[in-house]
Design a protein. Structure first.
Length: 262
């Protein structure tokens, strides 16, 4: 069942979204060759707790950290570790915060130091996929419109979209109905209504869309070892259209946004 939110509840989600957006923006600014991903996790946890919120991921189904830290061929759900980021890596950070009972969820993929053109393009296309998906988050559209926007843009550019993991409704719980795939057909699926809040999260791969999970039970990698980019925003559907709750200036940073979405 898709849980619609009242104006008051969306107001609260604005606050949790803003917080986690600010956290992610700060984490982005820390990314440089030589920093370990566990250091970034510690900063995230402190910032979230100092703001009176909880790191939603920590303990979620047993996940041990406050961020997911996924490098290069890692798609999502990577463990922060002593691994030191190096020139040429692309680093995806996914973060969630629960403030006054409501969750915000956002992710970005950051180039580390000097990154080759191909990987920069992968990130840019993933960001464009997210922008195009956000544009579809309007009353009267269908869930399939969101998935199609992502799939069409990724595949047109020669990339694939992950099928095994999807976006989701979000509210008092991080994962609510509906599931929001990054693939689909226009006009199909449930109708989008004002008051819904979605976490839309394209996962775009350079090679195959197939993935596997490493022996830690969490880290998802591409089956062919080629790089993957992951970006995510929490979006409230209003009568006027999409309102991106987790966007703060410079949160999604390697390329400026080209599509205006509220
Ligand atoms: Mg997330
Ligand atoms: Mg999510």
């Amino acid at each position: 069942m898709i849980i619609g939110k009242s104006k008051k509840e969306i107001e609260k989600m604005r606050a949790s979204g803003k917080l986690v957006g600010q956290v992610l923006s700060h984490l982005r600014s820390l990314v440089e060759p030589g920093i370990s991903t566990i250091e970034i996790d510690k900063v995230a946890e402190k910032m979230i707790r100092d703001a009176g919120a909880l790191p939603t991921f920590k303990g979620y189904n047993g996940f041990p950290y406050s961020i997911c830290a996924s490098v290069n061929e890692q798609v999502v759900h990577g463990f922060p570790s002593g691994y030191k980021l190096k020139d040429g890596d692309i680093f995806s950070i996914d973060c969630g915060a629960t403030l006054e009972g409501f969750v915000g969820d956002t992710a970005t993929t950051v180039p580390v130091g000097k990154v080759d053109e191909e990987r920069l393009k992968l990130i840019r296309i993933a960001e464009e996929c997210l922008d195009l998906a956000i544009e579809q988050c309007r009353p009267g559209n269908h869930l399939g419109d969101i998935g199609w926007a992502v799939q069409h843009h990724a595949e047109t550019n020669g990339y694939s979209v992950v099928r095994d993991y999807v976006g989701h409704g979000i509210g008092r719980r991080m994962h609510e109905d509906p599931q929001i795939p990054n693939y689909g057909k226009p006009g199909l699926g449930p109708k989008i209504k004002a008051g819904y809040v979605f976490a839309v999260e394209p996962m775009v791969n350079k090679g195959t869309h197939f993935t596997k999970v490493l022996s830690d039970g969490w880290t998802v990698v591409t089956m062919d070892g080629q790089p993957s980019a992951h970006v995510e925003h929490t979006i409230a559907i209003t009568e006027e259209g999409p309102e991106v709750l987790t966007r703060v200036a410079s949160t999604q940073g390697s390329t400026p946004y080209s599509v205006a979405c509220n």
